[in-house]
Design a protein around this ligand. Sequence first.
Ligand SMILES: Nc1nc2c(ncn2[C@@H]2O[C@H](COP(=O)(O)OP(=O)(O)O)[C@@H](O)[C@H]2O)c(=O)[nH]1
Ligand SMILES: [Mg+2]
Ligand SMILES: [Zn+2]
Length: 223
Amino acid sequence: MTTRIPILAEITEANSILAENLRAAFAAEGVLVLNLMASPGAGKTTLLERSIAELNGALKIAVIEGDPHTSIDAERIDAAGVKAVEINTGGGCHLEARMIRAALGELDIAGLDLLVIENVGNLICPTGWDLGEDLKVILVSLTEGDDKPLKYPMGFLTADAAVISKVDLEPYVPADRSTMRENALTINPDLAVFEVSSITGEGMDRFLQWIKQRVADKRSRTS
Ligand SMILES: Nc1nc2c(ncn2[C@@H]2O[C@H](COP(=O)(O)OP(=O)(O)O)[C@@H](O)[C@H]2O)c(=O)[nH]1
Ligand SMILES: [Mg+2]
Ligand SMILES: [Zn+2]
């Protein structure tokens, strides 16, 4: 008979305990934490750059960048004028709560309104790891194909919002934003769905209004 040792269950349980500790620390400061997930190249960092520019200081923001290698994204965020801490997973395909705890050693969360965690580019396993966030946002670009919410349902099921990015490219690809939206809502009817272009700025207002409202809600729960 085979004896199964539930190592993964133990690891994810330890992750959940750590994530709850992080959630308490974030709540004590009243900072809204957003876990941004998408496949590589979907437009996560560009959406953050555009958001930072459009918010123009209206929110005090910091970013944790998760990447397998390099500090390219942290440098981009830094250049946009916002403090960024890079976590290199050394090839690992998702962020875990212990990595966020380590990143907080280099980040003062006191006084922040919003902490965005850009997860490692991957539509599968990041969705299974709690990082202590308030909101999970799944971003999917139109150029990936409008069937992706159906093929990768986990992220859409657990997310609070879905952002359909690169809608400016709709004329050039055989993908349809309304089909993408319908597919996302088929998986999770409670999703807030946003259609944006980080290049033309289309749809940014509505997305940033949603974030500002969530920041205000979190603040009112703290004070
Ligand atoms: N046309 C278009 N290109 C975009 C948009 N957002 C991102 N990109 C491009 O897509 C590529 C990947 O973007 P990036 O933000 O680095 O993706 P990430 O890997 O998800 O962080 C870059 O060449 C961006 O310029 C968009 O809304 N429209
Ligand atoms: Mg990126
Ligand atoms: Zn993984």
